[in-house]
Design a protein around this ligand. Structure first.
Ligand SMILES: CC(C)(COP(=O)(O)OP(=O)(O)OC[C@H]1O[C@@H](n2cnc3c(N)ncnc32)[C@H](O)[C@@H]1OP(=O)(O)O)[C@@H](O)C(=O)NCCC(=O)NCCS
Length: 153
């Protein structure tokens, strides 16, 4: 697949983001949030992203938003650190969007002076762990989750 268009998302993209979350299947929702979030939970999550001024990036391999990366500042971290999370809708998974979004998020973090990125995934989420390792993350197995730590280039 040719390189997908990746761009920063803004508050005016909210309806796109909500629609994209609704296209995630239960397995993807569980992989992303560690459990199934209903409509209210997803609305609350998007509200929180707006409140906390998260940096959001979208992958548009066709005309629609198919993949989303969320970058949230960890409060009081010094040097500055962020948590990153990713979700790609089912029909578009395993086609390079997650990798492209992770590269973009690493570059965005570096440009903002953020040294460290953390990502959390379920232990069975081998795909996410593979992507993290591909970007030289250090992985730690914790009870019920795997934490990945990446240093920006
Ligand atoms: C995890 C996720 C974000 C990855 O995005 P993606 O677009 O599917 O991933 P990509 O296609 O860019 O890359 C997948 C890589 O994993 C590899 N892979 C796929 N399945 C794998 C498996 N079971 N074990 C190990 N590696 C695997 C692919 O070969 C590819 O590697 P390569 O780039 O070296 O060829 C996406 O699948 C997703 O949204 N899953 C549900 C939500 C989720 O798990 N979020 C992560 C929690 S933050």
């Amino acid at each position: 697949m040719p390189d997908p268009t990746i761009r920063r998302l803004h508050p005016f993209d909210r309806r796109r983001i909500e629609a994209r979350y609704r296209r995630l299947d239960p397995d993807s929702l569980r992989a992303r949030f560690g459990g199934i979030l209903g409509a209210d939970g997803l609305t609350a999550h998007i509200d929180r992203l707006n409140r906390e001024d998260a940096l959001l990036f979208g992958a548009f391999p066709d005309a629609r938003l198919r993949g989303l990366a969320e970058l949230c500042r960890l409060p009081d971290s010094m040097p500055r650190a962020c948590e990153a999370a990713f979700s790609v809708e089912p029909d578009w998974q395993n086609r390079g969007l997650g990798d492209a979004l992770l590269s973009r998020v690493l570059a965005a973090a570096q440009n903002r002076g953020i040294r460290t990125l953390y990502m959390i995934c379920l232990p069975e989420n081998r795909r996410m762990q593979h992507l993290a390792r591909k970007h030289e993350a250090e992985l730690t197995l914790l009870p019920g989750e795997v934490a990945a730590r990446l240093e920006t280039p």
